[in-house]
Structures are given as structure tokens and as C-alpha cells.
Design a protein around this ligand. Structure first.
Ligand SMILES: NC(=O)c1ccc[n+]([C@@H]2O[C@H](COP(=O)([O-])OP(=O)(O)OC[C@H]3O[C@@H](n4cnc5c(N)ncnc54)[C@H](O)[C@@H]3O)[C@@H](O)[C@H]2O)c1
Length: 252
């Protein structure tokens, strides 16, 4: 059986850890060449992931990219294009999740969170769509959150950025379907990541109890959904928000 993404080339942002790492692994297992991008401070993990993928018979490389820098995004596009002259897919995953109620939130946190979570997606979409339009197709997945369709107490700024990603996703889908470009969002809930490592059993129970499936999700379970949406199997799916949430949104 042919792998889902055999011969495809693309990038994942914030891919050295957590969900991005799981996505990169699955995309590589499905036959893609993956440009793993992340901050300089995550270069050790990013390079180790690329080496692991290559050892397992896949194809990957690491590039230092801060998604708040347009120059870095442009370098990511150029590096991906240099592999074979195409960008078949892009996954905009990098994000942070500061915690504070709205009345305790400051302007600095608003600006930083919007820059990393939201403006980065705009920067990346604008640059990637230009390439994909010129080549006549491609597929993009933006990582939102269940907090992109619900409020999240003590994470209002985060929730606002994740709602806005869905608006960008739908608009990008609407503007670019004419040339066979698909743009979708994935909405995770409670996935194992650095953020949750070391959390108490009580905390994990509190975040997984509202789900139909009462456990943490694996990053690779998000990766499987992303791989499907990026693949030609999803050829008539664009502009959607796919929850990968263990049934959280079914009851909340
Ligand atoms: N873990 C969850 O339960 C969960 C749930 C819903 C949505 N999400 C979303 O999934 C995405 C990944 O989250 P995660 O849980 O894997 O977090 P994580 O902290 O484990 O990984 C995030 C990665 O993004 C990178 N990053 C941060 N700032 C960056 C920047 N300026 N430029 C480039 N890379 C940067 C980090 O270095 C890190 O490798 C985020 O967008 C997050 O909002 C996570």
C-alpha cells in the first residue's frame, strides 16, 4: 500500500517538541520529507528528531525558525523549496499558552501571544500560499484548539488567538480553492506535551474527565489527523475545523 504522503515535501513549525514532534513523526512515516522547524533554544531536540526519523528510514531536516520573524519564515520557505522546488504541505503549529484571567492579563502578554500564535500563521500563510498558487496546489493545516471554539477561563488571550486562526483558515480556504489549495484547522484537547509533563494526577483527571475518552491524547494521534488532511485522501475537504479531542466538544 502506498504511504499517504509519499514523495511530498513540507514543513512543520514548533516541531521539536510535543504535538509538532508527533506530527513530524507521522508525516515522515507516511513518506513525506519534513522540514522540522523550531526556535534556536530547541535545536538539540529538533536535530535529534531529524536524526531519529532518518535512522527509521524517513527523510527530515531541522531548521532554526522563530515564527515571529518574517525573515525566518522566508528562510523556512526557501529551505523547503530548495529540496525539490515545491512545497506540498505546511503545518502551522508553534504556539504558547500563557495562563491568567483577563483582568490580570497585560499588554505584553497580549502582544507576545498574538505574535507567536496568530500573526505567525498569517506570515506563514501569506508566504506559503504565494508558492502554492504558483505551483498550482498544496495543503495546509493550522493547529488551533478546542479553545478556538469555546471560552477557556484563565486563558482568554490564548482562546482569542485560537478563534482567530479558524477565521484565517476559512478565509485562506475560500480564497485559494480555485487552484487546488486546501486549508484546514485541527483542534486538539489535552494532548501529552511538555506543558503537561509533571502535572498531578488530579490535574490530568480534571482536564480529561470532560472528554468522552478519559485519557490524554498522544501527539501522534494529532499527527494522524494532520496527515490525512494533508493527503490527497482529503481532496474535497477544505475550510474545516477538525477536533482531535477525545470527544470533548461533544459534551462541552
Ligand atoms: N498540548 C495540548 O493539549 C494542546 C491542546 C490544544 C492545542 N494545542 C496547540 O498545539 C500546538 C503545540 O502545542 P504543544 O502542546 O505541543 O506545546 P509545546 O510547548 O510542547 O511545543 C510548542 C513548540 O513550539 C515552539 N515555539 C514556541 N515559540 C516559538 C516561536 N516563536 N517560533 C517557533 N517555535 C516556537 C516551542 O519551542 C515548542 O517546541 C500549540 O499551537 C498549542 O496551542 C495544544
Amino acid at each position: 500500500m502506498t504511504a499517504l504522503l509519499s514523495g511530498k515535501i513540507g514543513f512543520v513549525t514548533g516541531a521539536a517538541n510535543g504535538i509538532g514532534k508527533g506530527i513530524a513523526r507521522v508525516l515522515a512515516e507516511e513518506g513525506a520529507h519534513v522540514v522540522i522547524s523550531d526556535l534556536a533554544s530547541a535545536a538539540t531536540e529538533g536535530n535529534a528528531l531529524a536524526e531519529d526519523i532518518i535512522k527509521a528510514g524517513g527523510s527530515a531536516q531541522f531548521l532554526q525558525v522563530d515564527v515571529t520573524s518574517q525573515a525566518d519564515i522566508d528562510a523556512l520557505i526557501a529551505t523547503t523549496l530548495a529540496v525539490t522546488g515545491r512545497i506540498d504541505f505546511a503545518v502551522n503549529n508553534a504556539g504558547i499558552g500563557p495562563k491568567a484571567t483577563l483582568i490580570d492579563s497585560d499588554d505584553k502578554t497580549w502582544d507576545l501571544t498574538n505574535d507567536i500564535n496568530l500573526k505567525s500563521v498569517f506570515r506563514s500563510l501569506r508566504a506559503t500560499l504565494k508558492v502554492m498558487r504558483a505551483q498550482g496546489g498544496g495543503s495546509i493545516v493550522n493547529i488551533s484548539s478546542v479553545a478556538g471554539v469555546t471560552g477557556l477561563p484563565s486563558a482568554g488571550i490564548y482562546s482569542a488567538t485560537k478563534h482567530a486562526i479558524i477565521g484565517l483558515t476559512k478565509t485562506a480556504a475560500a480564497e485559494n480553492g480555485d487552484v487546488n489549495i486546501r486549508v484546514n484547522a485541527v483542534l486538539p484537547n489535552a494532548i501529552k506535551s511538555k506543558l503537561l509533563a509533571g502535572s498531578s494526577e488530579q490535574f490530568i483527571k480534571a482536564i480529561t474527565d470532560p472528554q468522552a475518552i478519559r485519557r490524554l491524547g498522544e501527539p501522534e494521534e494529532v499527527g494522524a489527523a494532520v496527515a490525512f488532511l494533508l493527503s490527497d485522501k482529503a481532496s474535497f475537504i477544505t475550510g474545516v475545523s477538525l477536533p482531535v479531542d477525545g470527544g470533548y466538544l461533544a459534551t462541552n
